[in-house]
Design a protein around this ligand. Structure first.
Ligand code: SF4
Length: 522
């Protein structure tokens, strides 16, 4: 426990309203503080080794792209997720989050090597671009499993998605820019920020084609249009997944569309689809997905292990950001599952239950507050067992069946972030929630109320009614995904605090952490 009742000191004392980072390090005992410091060195040491070879380009990139600076605060993001943790829980989170730092650093290096804005006259950069496919965030990068000689980059995740999760201020400038340009202020800040980055010419140009998608929400449709104009001389292919995917008939349409994407790549890069490479990646995908399911299974028991953001962020970036092709993320997924199994056996043997409530997270979480669930755990003993954000793409591939492979790929990306649980309709959004509540034996649903997401907003009343019927506490936590000015972190905590105090009538575990000021922090 981080709170000391004798001194009345706790985690809230690490923050002040005037500071961007914590004002002091948390003392976790010699062993854990030393371990924490070692991981801090590892984080920046790795970034230095990988990026230090390009010092001039790196400075140029930081001057050219304001989102690039946010990556420098990576260690602070890890600190936010490990605050108050000790022992094996601390190690789980460090292992998981370092895999994200690893992936992002490799991608930043790839940006430095090939971006047209940074290296307009470099022949080497041009050669790399000629061999690279650019992707939007909500697209099936798994398609690149069959093209081992090509490279690919997710332009939206690297310039908007990830910086917004590392640094709460990262997307604000771009949201303002697109609103000045005329976009309505009630559009979801995720697509709005991506459009804003395009409008101020801050999206890197990393390849010679662009694969985009369709999201059935106003903002994302706008984003596709803006990005299409931005990449004006770049051939574009749109992947259009069906939203109501439970009926098998729709897969015929989805497969046709995916085959069109394969042909688009073959034609533009003069390459052929390679089944051997595809199956190798599909096998790794199956193994990694099984590892994630094993972690969920552990968390359905009385002895949950890897919880909150560490569970969800790794899966999010492994699938969405890395297309399941990052060997380091793959190894980490297997390694942490092994650690979790060992931790489960230890806790079961000792009967350790270090929580008051069992929660699951539903609906889109705030990008600018990915550590909210750790705060809820440290302050109120609410352990988040699973997060909707990590419940993506748990569909397995049938290895060796070429006809089924395309259906499996379609089924996999139909279950990606925001598709099934946000836009997938009543069955995938509501019915699925109650199944998960039962499976994880949760008494609380932390319901993220994204104020700009009309899809979930229209189901608000139904969620409320059904929560009462199921006898589950549904705590609505408002946020605006990437704009902390609309709903601040303080306001998010306030909504949760009110429920814990007024409905549960509970006392906090750490009173210093109930309310504190962090509007300036990354
Ligand atoms: S959070 Fe909602 S509004 Fe925003 S991009 Fe996703 S589905 Fe669209």
């Amino acid at each position: 426990m981080a709170y000391n009742p004798k001194t009345n000191k706790g985690l809230g004392d690490l923050f002040t309203s005037k500071s961007r980072c914590m004002v002091k390090r948390e003392w976790k005992g010699f062993k854990d503080t030393f371990y924490d410091f070692g991981r801090w060195l590892k984080c920046y040491g790795f970034m230095l080794i990988k990026l230090g070879g390009h010092p001039i380009l790196l400075i140029k990139a930081m001057l050219r792209y304001r989102w690039m600076i946010s990556y420098l605060t990576a260690a602070n993001m890890i600190d936010r997720h490990t605050i108050g943790l000790r022992g094996k829980e601390l190690r789980y989170v460090h292992e998981e989050l370092f895999a994200l730092v690893h992936n992002a650093t490799i991608n930043v290096k790839k940006i430095l090597e090939r971006d047209e804005h940074l290296r307009p006259n470099s022949k080497k950069a041009k050669r790399l671009r000629e061999n690279t496919v650019m992707f939007d965030e909500m697209t099936p990068k798994n398609i690149m499993w069959g093209f081992p000689t090509l490279d690919w980059m997710d332009v939206a995740m690297m310039s908007i998605g990830m910086p917004g999760e590392v640094d709460q201020q990262a997307n604000v400038y771009y949201i303002d820019k697109i609103e000045e340009f005329g976009m309505a202020a009630d559009v979801c800040p995720l697509p709005a920020a991506e459009c804003g980055a395009a409008v101020v010419n801050d999206v890197p140009i990393l390849g010679k084609t662009y694969i985009t998608s369709t999201m059935p929400c106003d903002g994302s449709i706008g984003q596709t249009t803006f990005m299409g104009r931005y990449f004006k001389n770049v051939p574009i292919y749109q992947v259009r997944p069906p939203q109501r995917f439970n009926e098998p008939e729709v897969q015929e349409y989805a497969v046709k569309n995916l085959e069109g994407a394969i042909k688009f790549i073959e034609d533009n890069y003069n390459v052929k689809w390679n089944w051997d490479a595809f199956w190798k990646n599909a096998k790794d995908y199956n193994k990694s997905t099984q590892a994630v399911i094993d972690k969920w299974d552990i968390n359905t028991t009385d002895y949950p292990q890897i919880c909150g953001g560490a569970l969800s962020l790794t899966r999010e970036y492994e699938f969405q950001g890395a297309g399941m092709m990052d060997p380091y993320l793959y190894k980490t997924q297997l390694k942490t599952t092994k650690m979790a199994k060992k931790g489960y056996e230890e806790d079961k043997a000792k009967g350790v239950k270090n929580y008051r409530h069992r929660a699951i997270v539903w609906a889109c979480p705030a990008h600018y507050y990915t550590n909210f669930t750790y705060w809820a755990d440290q302050t109120w003993g609410v352990k988040t067992l699973v997060d909707m954000e990590c419940m993506l793409s748990y569909h397995m591939y049938k290895i060796g069946d070429e006809k089924q492979a395309m259906i499996d790929m379609a089924s996999s990306y139909e279950r990606m972030m925001m598709r099934s649980h946000t836009n997938g309709g009543y069955v995938n959004s509501l019915d699925e929630l109650w199944k998960m509540v039962k499976k994880f034996n949760a008494d609380i649903v932390i319901m993220y109320d994204h104020v700009s997401c009309k899809n979930v907003g229209c189901l608000h009343g139904l969620y409320e009614d059904q929560a009462r019927e199921h006898g589950v506490h549904m705590i609505w936590v408002p946020h605006d995904l990437m704009d902390p000015r609309t709903v601040s972190r303080v306001a998010m905590r306030d909504a949760f605090n009110k429920y814990m105090t007024n409905v549960f009538r509970e006392e906090p575990i750490d009173p210093t952490f109930v309310e504190y000021e962090d509007p300036l922090t990354w």
